[in-house]
Design a protein around this ligand. Structure first.
Ligand code: HEC
Length: 103
């Protein structure tokens, strides 16, 4: 006989670990990795640099998720970040939340 409580708990754990993985996966599937690395500066700043710069900035999540979708330049150098039309609002927020946790 299968204990349903154990099955339910296992299911919850599986769901939770998928949510935790969603953002690194998303960074790959949205091709952010073409220009960003967690530790190293590439065409764009590293996610660590971004997380450190905005650590004290409460508006950062909102401002940065806009920037991820619409693109922009001038915060890190002359090289612009192109708009990312395949990234939805929810995805942008999830990505930024994950980036800001990379300190
Ligand atoms: C073609 C290269 C390129 C791609 C692809 C790219 N970025 Fe960027 N990104 C940049 C550059 C260059 C900057 C620096 C812009 C600046 O100086 O304001 C940047 C800056 C950023 C910043 C900091 C913005 C700020 O104003 O401080 C975040 C957050 C970011 N990118 C997230 C992402 C995410 C998430 C993705 C994938 C959906 C992505 N980037 C894809 C080049 C890229």
């Amino acid at each position: 006989m299968v204990d349903l409580r154990i099955v339910a708990a296992g299911f919850a754990v599986a769901l939770f670990s998928q949510a935790a993985l969603a953002s690194p996966e998303l960074v790959r599937s949205k091709n952010c990795v073409a220009c960003h690395h967690v530790e190293r500066k590439m065409a764009g700043p590293s996610y660590k640099m971004i997380a450190e710069r905005y650590a004290q900035d409460e508006a950062a999540a909102k401002v940065l998720s806009e920037k991820v979708m619409k693109g922009g330049a001038g915060n890190w150098g002359q090289m612009p970040m192109p708009p990312q039309p395949t990234v939805s609002q929810d995805e942008a927020e999830a990505l930024v939340k994950w980036i800001l946790s990379q300190r």
